[in-house]
Each structure stands twice: as C-alpha cells, then as structure tokens.
Design a protein around this ligand. Structure first.
Ligand code: F6R
Length: 241
C-alpha cells in the first residue's frame, strides 16, 4: 500500500486527479472504475479543468461505476447515474455509450448482477478503480459482514450508511434501503486502486481499515492485500497516526 499524505481536501483531490490523468494519458482507452459521494468530487472537478485546458482526453475511456440505488432510475436526481453526469460525464468528452452503472430499475436481481459482472469482464477488467471510504469501512456498498462477497450483488444498506447518505436527500425516509454494488472481487481485480479520504470523521475508520487486521467486518481492510493500492488521504483523516 502506498500512502499519499495531502494537506487538505483540495490537495487530496489534485493528487488523485494527477494519478487518474496519468493513467488516461498513458493508456487512453483505460477502463476507469468510478465512485460517487463527496470524496471524489474535487478530483472530478480537477480533471474537468485539465480537460478544458486540453491536457487530458477522455474520448477513448470506458467507465464502470461501483454502485447504484435500487428503485431509482437514471433520471432521478438522487441516482448515481445522475450524479456522474452532473459531476463529471457532462463536462468531459467521454462517450455516454461507454459509461456503465448498475441499473437500479432492474427488478431481476440475479440477472442484473450477472449482467454487470459479465460487462466488467467483457471490457477486459478495470485498469484503475477510484474509491471513497464509508464511515463503517464500506467500499462501494460492500457493508460490514461475516464474509467478503465476491461479485456484484444486492445489498441492504446499514443504518450507518443510511445516516451518512441522508445528507443527499430531502429526508431520511427518502434514502433507498437497498443498492446494487460491485463485489470485493470485482474491486480487487482492478489493476490499480486509488482511494480518496478526507476529514477528521474518517480518521478512526482509516486507522482500522489500513492499520488493523484484514476482516470483512471492515470491508476496506481487504485493500491491504491489493498489489497496487494507493491511499490519498488528508491530514485530518490521518490524524490517528
Ligand atoms: C459511492 C460509494 C461509497 C462512498 C462512501 C464514501 O459510489 O461507493 O462507498 O465512496 O460512502 O462516501 P463519501 O465520499 O460521501 O464520504
């Protein structure tokens, strides 16, 4: 594991954007695994800025997102599909037909999960997976559990995740209770994994996940075993060291 210590959120975002842009410059047809949430927004903004300056070209990339709420369609402003268009895709030259995300409206769960795993395989796997860190150690929506779930699956969101995500909704009741998420194996098979973490409220979980035992009770801890994992965290998130 490589650790990049950033001063603050803005610095963390630029450091992560540097890694992502280098990936795209070196391999223009990269498959990028992407995340939603507040942590990667700054990196997306920085990449948009460099795109506007002509420094990075996204015309050949393909993207696969980690997760999507079940029951929200892609036009719903709370869906992750909408988030990605608003915060990234609409501002760069990625082709929309090359952006993929689980379909929250597919009620055939087994079919949707198998479809998404097959899709990732058909793209040749993920070159670089960007991650945030949930307050309980989740990655994607792989919540603390007795086992690591390998492939894409349906997950019931934990109370901690519902509480953390309600800030994006009008009320807590509106937060969907289930999601589709890539599994741990999908994430671990990415050639390179980059996680962005910011803020004091993540400091305890950063310590548990990356400096404690590897356990499905802290799903992100599995990343300690990844051969090319970079944690980009700001001083506040690293304050337990
Ligand atoms: C988002 C995702 C989640 C978030 C995590 C952290 O696609 O998969 O695992 O990365 O919940 O969220 P923020 O960045 O909002 O603290």
């Amino acid at each position: 594991m490589k650790l990049i210590r950033a001063r603050d959120y803005a610095h963390m975002s630029r450091q992560a954007a540097n890694i992502i842009s280098a990936q795209v410059i070196l391999k223009p047809d990269s498959v990028l695994g992407l995340a939603t949430g507040s942590s990667p927004i700054g990196a997306y903004r920085q990449l948009i800025d460099w795109f506007n300056k002509g420094d990075v070209d996204f015309s050949k990339i393909k993207t696969v997102n980690l997760d999507e709420y079940i029951g929200l369609n892609a036009e719903n402003e709370q869906s992750y599909a909408y988030f990605m268009r608003k915060n990234f895709f609409d501002h760069i030259n990625v082709r929309s037909e090359n952006t993929f995300i689980p379909c929250g409206m597919n009620t055939d769960e087994a079919q949707e999960c198998a479809r998404y795993d097959a899709l990732i395989r058909s793209l040749g796997g993920i070159d670089l997976q960007l991650l945030g860190l949930g307050p309980n150690g989740h990655i994607g929506f792989n919540e603390p559990d007795d086992v690591f779930t390998k492939g894409t699956h349906r997950v019931e969101l934990t109370e901690a995740t519902i509480q953390a995500n309600k800030r994006f909704f009008e009320s807590e009741e509106e937060v969907p209770r289930a999601a589709y998420t890539m599994g741990i194996c999908d994430i671990m098979q990415a050639l390179r994994v980059v996680m962005v973490v910011s803020g004091e409220e993540k400091a305890e979980i950063v310590k548990k996940a990356f400096f404690g035992p590897v356990t499905p009770r802290v799903p992100a801890s599995i990343l300690q075993l990844h051969k090319d994992f970079t944690l980009v965290a700001d001083e506040a998130a690293l304050k337990c060291f």
